[in-house]
Design a protein around this ligand. Structure first.
Ligand code: TTP
Ligand code: MG
Length: 354
């Protein structure tokens, strides 16, 4: 079995937007409340998150406000303040980055940290230290899962919520996942769950012994991915969007949009700024990364490495625009775009080479 070398620490903030609001509305502690879409009025709009007291009344993310009010008529609703949550998210990511590991900010409130190379006891000690810093320093609750593999660590985190800490030893991974439901695999939604149920597969242990070809026939490549996962093989990589030797810029769009021309205009501005920074530090770059954050804070990254070093703004924009195209989708609004260059070299060094 292709077990991972190292442990992944997976951190997910508990009821994140609601916990941020609690910092400035401490009187709401213990009361059921929800953070709702910014433009919402009483009749339109959805719950973005509910605190755990409100969740007891089955109120959850994505639920229309009207429905939530039917479930709990005294529900206190706060309009979302994304800039505020992003500031706090940046504070959390800065703190986590300061440990010096490869880290992927998976979303506004989730991070995956690759501790490969570190001994087991040290991993747990560091993860506890991170939890303490988030809880004592930032006064926010979070849950941490640790396992060999990003998906398994996320599953550990999900199953320990809220305010939890769960460490799955490498040789206990299969035991941990076997009794979980197929829907506990991140990415398995209602439709996949139904398709698997039609084949009498409800638990991960059912997938483990399934015919992999049948799963691929049913779900395409994703079938082989969940087959591997159910056999303890987790090949999901950390996509580190933070490399010490990189330069880049990112910005929110004026408003969420999926208009390609607006997104490309922002990308051009960011590419020019990035190339200016590169030239001012007398560097050349070889790798280009684009980042798109959607309205729901899901973030996607694409990277390309050129066959040569350059400091060109035009090359940067033209490569970045090719990379970003597949990330712009008809039905998903984009909130933030970023461009970053890495694999850097001093331009003076190149002059010596040629
Ligand atoms: P989640 O981590 O999915 O949810 P959560 O942090 O509120 O609760 P928990 O992790 O304890 O289960 O999402 C993080 C934030 O993203 C959430 O606070 C609000 C926002 N969000 C939306 O705006 N819409 C959504 O549909 C979801 C799921 C989240
Ligand atoms: Mg969360």
């Amino acid at each position: 079995m292709a077990a991972r070398e190292g442990y992944i620490i997976y951190i997910d903030m508990d009821s994140f937007f609601a916990s941020c609001e609690l910092l400035r509305h401490p009187d709401l502690k213990e009361k059921p409340f929800a953070v709702v879409t910014k433009s919402a009025d009483k009749f339109r709009g959805v719950v973005q998150t509910a605190n755990y007291s409100a969740r007891k009344f089955s109120i959850h993310s994505g639920m229309p406000i009207m429905k939530a009010l039917q479930l709990y008529p005294n529900l206190y609703c706060i309009k979302a303040d994304h800039d505020y949550y992003e500031e706090i998210s940046d504070e959390i990511s800065d703190m986590l980055k300061s440990y010096g590991f490869e880290i992927e900010m998976v979303s506004i409130d989730e991070a995956a940290i690759d501790t490969t190379g570190l001994e087991e006891s040290k991993v747990v000690e560091i993860a506890k230290d991170m939890k303490r810093k988030i809880s004592d320093g930032l006064k926010l609750p979070c849950t941490i899962g640790i396992a060999k593999g990003k998906t398994f660590a996320k599953m550990a985190c999900d199953s320990a919520k809220p305010n939890g800490f769960l460490f799955i030893k490498g040789d206990e991974t299969l035991d941990f996942i076997s009794y979980k439901r197929v829907s506990d695999i991140p990415g398995v939604g209602k439709k996949t769950e139904e398709k698997l149920a039609n084949l009498n597969m409800y638990y991960i242990r059912d997938l483990k012994n399934a015919n992999v070809q049948a799963l691929v026939g049913l779900l395409g490549e994703y079938g082989s991915k969940i087959y591997n996962l159910s056999n303890g093989i987790d090949e999901e990589k950390i996509v580190s969007d933070w490399v010490t030797l990189s330069v880049g810029r990112e910005k929110n769009l004026n408003e969420d949009t999926n208009d390609t021309s607006v997104i490309m205009a922002k990308l051009k501005e960011l590419s020019n700024d990035t190339a200016d920074m590169i030239r001012s530090t007398k560097k050349l770059y070889k790798s280009i990364t684009v980042k798109v954050r959607y309205f729901d804070f899901n973030t996607k990254i694409k990277t390309k490495t050129l066959s040569y070093y350059t400091d060109s703004a035009d090359v940067l924009y033209s490569e970045a625009s090719e990379l970003i195209k597949p990330l712009i989708k008809d039905n998903i609004m984009v909130r933030r775009v970023g461009v970053r260059v890495s694999t850097l070299m001093d331009s003076s060094h190149q002059q010596k080479l040629f």
